[in-house]
Design a protein around this ligand. Structure first.
Ligand SMILES: [Zn+2]
Length: 307
């Protein structure tokens, strides 16, 4: 843990809150790499250790001196993977220390384990994130939308604790801790949006047009059939030069990411050509910030609030 305060006065600071190690590589990764390369201080906050994740990469081999059977063994492997991913992105990273809830599967769904992050009472679950916000002092926070973006209890709860920290970190009367950092009010809050329908269609059409097999055909059909309203995308951050850093971060999560799998199904030149952006929804702001925009720091950069 860096010594307090973690953030540097006068330098723009971005905090990306995620549920598990590897989520920072699959959601907004190129954005964090880009801002870090441009001199923004970037801190990835990871709520859980990912210790209930299964091996999702058939080629994964447990690193020497490790095991991937116990929760402690998985936690240790995933910490090493996370460190390599953070290095690939050029960002700092901080664990909140909660335990992965696992993805319940079956009908009826089995109950969560009692140590699960998603069962920790809100005040207790949000407290270390509030403290991290007060120490790092981010101008901008990214998190997930209320659905979690994916029906995993940890993703939904990551949204909940992020909203609590957004509301409470600036209030000195809340989350009062002996020796805690002073209150800090973050200025903009975004939801990550990885796969909007316009993005899926643009990539799908480009691949079909080049005679390639698109991975998105069925997904587009089911999204359209379900008639679920699409969440608004307010912000497209150009990040194509940082796809390589994102890919290196994905590969660093060797137990989770199959180099021949979903995240690598779209040729990078096609992606850079038709969808060179990461997508966000501006969910809340405390500075004037007209949308659409192409920079998470619009309304902050170069103003007196960028302290
Ligand atoms: Zn996750």
């Amino acid at each position: 843990m860096p010594s307090a305060p973690w953030g540097t006065e006068g330098i723009l600071r971005l905090m990306a809150v995620h549920a598990h190690p590897d989520d920072e590589a699959s959601k907004g990764a190129a954005t964090t790499a880009r801002y870090a390369a441009e001199g923004v201080e970037v801190l990835v906050v990871t709520c859980t250790g990912g210790e209930r994740g299964d091996v999702l990469n058939p080629a994964f081999e447990v690193p020497p001196g490790h095991e991937f059977e116990s929760l402690a063994g998985k936690r240790a492997v995933r910490r090493e993977e996370m460190a390599a991913a953070a290095a690939a992105l050029g960002v700092a990273q901080h664990w909140l220390g909660f335990t992965d809830s696992g993805l319940p599967e079956g009908d009826p769904l089995p109950p969560l384990d009692p140590d699960a992050f998603a069962l920790v009472p809100l005040e207790q679950a949000a407290a270390p994130l509030v403290e991290a916000v007060r120490r790092f002092r981010p101008h901008v926070i990214t998190t997930y939308d209320p659905s979690g973006g994916y029906p995993h209890p940890d993703h939904v709860y990551t949204h909940t604790v992020s909203m609590e920290a957004w509301d409470a970190a600036g209030d000195p009367a809340r989350y009062v801790v002996d020796g805690g950092a002073p209150a800090w009010t973050p200025l903009k809050l975004y939801y990550n949006h990885g796969f909007s329908l316009p993005r899926l269609r643009a990539v799908h059409e480009a691949m079909v047009g080049q005679g390639l097999e698109s991975p998105f055909g069925d997904w587009i059909e089911s999204r359209v059939a379900r008639e679920i309203p699409e969440r608004p995308v307010t912000t497209l951050v150009p990040v194509a030069p940082y796809f390589a850093a994102r890919d290196a971060a994905l590969i660093a999560h060797a137990s989770q990411i199959d180099p021949d799998g979903f995240f690598f199904a779209v040729p990078r030149d096609v992606e850079a050509d038709v969808w060179p952006w990461d997508e966000y929804e501006l969910a809340a702001t405390r500075v004037p910030a007209p949308t659409p925009e192409d920079d998470l720091f619009d309304g902050i950069r170069g103003t007196e609030v960028a302290r």
